[in-house]
Structures are given as structure tokens and as C-alpha cells.
Design a protein around this ligand. Structure first.
Ligand code: NAD
Length: 451
């Protein structure tokens, strides 16, 4: 028992009193959540700007707009998703009717990262509420302004027995994890994901782990290089590269490299201009620790574009690296910043071998003019999710799951997949009484001969 026990006990008592089972209550809360986010939009955008100079446009598009869609989608479908689903009965149970019931886990812990600090706290929360759980939400301590707004939003929208925010760092999370939760939903690094998994194992608590990794971006000779460069520059440098599914490095056919590098440079200048440090559309690195980690990657002989940085402002320009080696730290670690190394391949078999021998990435991207070939190729690889001829866009559709594979995570969410992630699927067989065949009951005697 520790200092969080009274809070968790209060939530569990509330859950056991079945308050969260009432669908109307859940819907009211989701509606109130949407209304309160709308009311606080300006404050949320300002907090994101204070935390790492994220522009209001980028803040709205990448952190808020998706939440409105997600809440509406849950409200629209909640009746259907939560209703017991009748399935075809097994002949062996004849006569029977058989159902899958959706049941909330109970007390859920959601741990959020800093890189999309509002989105990645609220998105899982929507589903946890919709599915009828109580929630403890732990935002990242590295985005303190957003954490405060999250705390305010939650306090004003929910009674604390249903949803509470706990603010703090790793020590606070460690204390929280000493308690038994019924489900843990963690978004963050692979390294911390392992710690969470170990803590959860002590209580046999099921987890969803949304982790990171190096997401390759392969460009074949047949690709439309113009469009590829435009889409990659957007997807790599949005949020200053601090996106879990950002293309980590470019892997391009040798012949296409010179033209592609020129196009990348052109689009960086088109999007951000030549004075990027003073462009309010371009965010900052989250803190000095990450800044110092990233500038280790900036080897002067490898920089072919950008490389400018300013520790006082935690600014690192969009940067392209060439002539990197696979052994360099930049090709060994998740970059998670505005640094884009380029490597070349002679044969696509190299990509398959790499995928087999390395940690499975959260995302994989391929740009190609030969779509059928690209689909077949993608089918052979193991990764969380990805795109052909685009980056990032697989996170948008609420009808598809989002999650990692192997080292990049386990479990998934988005739309109905989120509802399922926070619901236990419980089977109930209703045996009918009008027939009860003797076959299965002892004494068995010669019954085998009839089968
Ligand atoms: P992080 O793992 O450092 O922190 C995430 C959360 O865990 C924070 O709330 C933090 O307070 C807590 N934490 C940190 N150390 C802890 C410890 N020792 N014990 C218990 N809790 C601890 O991750 P981050 O730096 O906030 O986020 C960046 C990472 O998250 C990147 O690797 C990125 O790829 C990944 N990420 C993944 C997704 C996804 O959907 N898969 C989304 C965003 C970020």
C-alpha cells in the first residue's frame, strides 16, 4: 500500500457500484469532454506553444481535431460496440445461444508521452471512458503547461472517482505502478515500455504498449520523386521530427539519390523559408537532454543541408545527412528529431534482410510507381503499420488499428480497436433446457464406438 492507495480504492469502490456500466453516463461524459476541449482550445494551443513552440495550426491539426473525430465516432457507435454480440452456436453445445459480452476492465492507468502531449493522453482516455473503466491519467512531466491544462480539463469534466490526473515524473509513475491496475495503456519509449511491462507482470495486469523505433522509408527507382520529397519533408519535420511514426531514415535506389536530395532541400525551403529559426511554424526540441542527444548525430562531414543549431533556443534546423554508416549512432538509435540520414541500396533484398535482423519498426514506408510490387514487398516485412507513397497517414483512419510490432509495441487502438483495447471480451453460452443428450455424461462404457 502507498500514497496512491486511497485514490485507487475510491475509484475501485465507484466502479464496483456499477456507475460506469450505464451507457448514458459514459455518453454524457464523452459529450462533456468534447465541449470542454472546445471551450479550452485556445488555452490548450497556448500551452503547446509554451511547452515547445508548437504553432497553433499544427497544435490544432495534430493534437485536437483528431480527438473531436474520435469522440464523435465513439458516441455514434457506442451502443453497437457495447451490445452483446450473438455468434453462431457450436453444434457441440446444441441447443444453445452464444454471445460475446464487452466488459470494462475496471481501473485503468494511462501513461502519456510528451511529443503529442494532449492527443496521446486524451485519445486513449476517450476509449477507456467509452468502455466503462475508471482512469488514472499520468501526463508527461516534460510538457508541464500541457500537463496543467490536462489536469484542469479532467478535474472540470469528471468526478475524481471516475477519472483523475496524477502529475509527476518517473518516480511518481513508479509509485503508481506498485498498485494493481486492471489494464495499463502506455505510450512512450521502448526502454521505459520494458519497465512498465515488468511492473504490470507483478500483478498480471494486461498492457497495451505503444512504443517507438526506427521507421525506414524506402524509395524505389519508379517512385514519383517530387511527391515523395514533398510528403516526406512534411512527415519528417512536422513537430520538428519528434513524431513516433516519422520516417527515421531514407533508403533510396542509388540512381535516384542526387535528384531526390535536391528535391528535399527545395521542399524544406518552400515549407519553412530560409530563416527557419524565426519561423513560428517550426517547433523546438523538447529539452536540453534531447537536444544534446540529437546534436551528437550532426557530424560535419555528413551534413549536406541544415545542421544549424542553437542550444539557448533548443533549435535544430531540418537537417539532411549523407554518407552515413550503418554503425553510426544515427543509424543505430531512434532519431526522434529533425535529422534525416540517407542511405542507398543496390537490391531490395537488403531491406528484407535488415527487417529480419533488426527491431521491428513502428512504421514502414515505401514510395514506388509499381504498386502491386510494392504491396507484395510490404507484405513480406514485419512492422506496426505504414503507407505506400505517403508517410504518417495510416494513423488517421478510425477504422484501422494503430500499434507496434515486437520492440515497437504490443496491442493497438483507434476507433473500435480502442474500445476493444479497454474491454474484456467475455463469452456466455446459454444452454437450452429442452434437450440434454446423454452422450457426454459418464458412464462412458462403449460410447467411443459411436463416434
Ligand atoms: P518516455 O518513455 O521517456 O516517457 C513516457 C512516459 O513514461 C512519461 O509519462 C514519463 O513520465 C514516464 N516514464 C519515464 N521514465 C519512466 C520510468 N523509469 N518508470 C516509469 N515511468 C517512466 O517517452 P517520451 O520521451 O515521453 O516519448 C518519446 C518516445 O515515445 C519515443 O520513443 C516515441 O517513439 C515513443 N512514442 C510512441 C508513440 C506510439 O504511438 N507508438 C507515440 C508517441 C511517442
Amino acid at each position: 500500500m502507498n500514497s496512491f492507495y486511497p485514490l485507487l480504492h475510491k475509484q475501485r469502490t465507484f466502479f464496483n457500484a456499477n456507475h460506469t456500466l450505464v451507457l448514458e453516463n459514459r455518453k454524457q461524459l464523452l459529450t462533456a469532454l468534447k465541449t470542454n476541449i472546445e471551450k479550452k482550445e485556445a488555452k490548450i494551443l497556448s500551452a503547446l506553444q509554451q511547452d515547445f513552440k508548437k504553432s497553433p495550426f499544427e497544435g490544432f491539426v495534430t493534437e485536437i481535431s483528431i480527438l473531436y473525430l474520435e469522440i464523435d465516432h465513439h458516441l455514434k457507435n457506442l451502443n453497437r460496440w457495447s451490445r452483446p454480440k450473438r455468434v453462431r452456436s457450436s453444434l457441440l453445445n446444441f441447443p444453445s445461444s452464444e454471445y460475446i459480452y464487452k466488459q470494462p476492465y475496471g481501473s485503468v492507468l494511462i501513461i502519456a508521452p510528451w511529443n503529442y502531449p494532449f492527443l496521446l493522453a486524451i485519445r486513449p482516455l476517450i476509449a477507456a471512458i467509452a468502455a466503462g473503466n475508471t482512469v488514472v491519467l499520468k501526463p508527461s512531466e516534460l510538457t508541464p503547461y500541457t500537463a496543467l491544462i490536462l489536469e484542469e480539463l479532467i478535474r472540470e469534466t469528471f468526478q475524481s472517482e471516475w477519472v483523475t490526473t496524477v502529475l509527476g515524473d518517473a518516480d511518481v509513475t513508479t509509485k503508481l505502478l506498485e498498485n494493481k491496475f486492471d489494464k495499463i495503456f502506455f505510450t512512450g519509449s521502448t526502454q521505459v515500455g520494458k519497465i512498465i511491462y515488468q511492473s504490470a507482470a507483478k500483478h498480471l495486469t494486461p498492457v497495451v504498449l505503444e512504443l517507438g523505433g526506427k521507421s525506414p522509408c524506402v524509395i524505389t527507382e519508379s517512385a514519383n520523386l517530387e511527391l515523395a520529397a514533398k510528403r516526406i519533408v512534411f512527415g519528417k519535420f512536422v513537430n520538428a521530427g519528434q513524431t513516433c511514426i516519422a520516417p527515421d531514415f531514407i533508403w533510396i535506389a542509388k540512381k535516384s539519390k542526387p535528384k531526390f536530395i535536391a528535391l528535399l532541400q527545395q521542399y524544406i525551403l518552400d515549407f519553412y523559408g530560409s530563416d527557419i529559426q524565426n519561423n513560428t511554424d517550426y517547433p523546438r526540441i523538447i529539452n536540453a537532454k534531447n537536444f544534446n542527444r540529437l546534436i551528437r548525430y550532426l557530424q560535419p562531414e555528413q551534413i549536406i543541408f541544415g545542421g544549424v543549431h542553437d542550444v539557448k533556443e533548443l533549435y535544430i534546423a531540418p537537417t539532411i545527412l549523407d554518407n552515413v554508416n550503418w554503425q553510426d549512432p544515427v543509424m543505430q538509435e531512434e532519431i526522434f528529431g529533425p535529422v534525416l540520414p540517407i542511405v542507398t541500396y543496390d537490391d531490395l533484398e537488403e531491406v528484407i534482410l535488415y527487417n529480419q535482423q533488426n527491431a521491428k519498426p513502428l512504421a514502414f514506408y515505401m514510395f514506388s510507381g509499381e504498386i502491386e510490387k510494392a504491396k507484395k514487398f510490404m507484405d513480406k516485412l514485419q512492422f506496426g503499420g505504414g503507407c505506400i507513397n505517403d508517410v504518417l497517414s495510416h494513423i488517421i483512419n478510425l477504422r484501422v488499428p494503430f500499434g507496434g510490432f515486437g520492440e515497437s509495441g504490443m496491442g493497438n487502438y483507434n476507433g473500435k480497436f480502442s474500445f476493444d483495447a479497454f474491454s474484456h471480451s467475455k463469452t456466455i453460452v446459454h444452454r437450452k433446457n429442452w434437450l440434454d443428450l446423454k452422450m457426454k455424461y459418464p458412464p462412458y462404457q462403449n460410447k467411443l464406438t459411436f463416434i
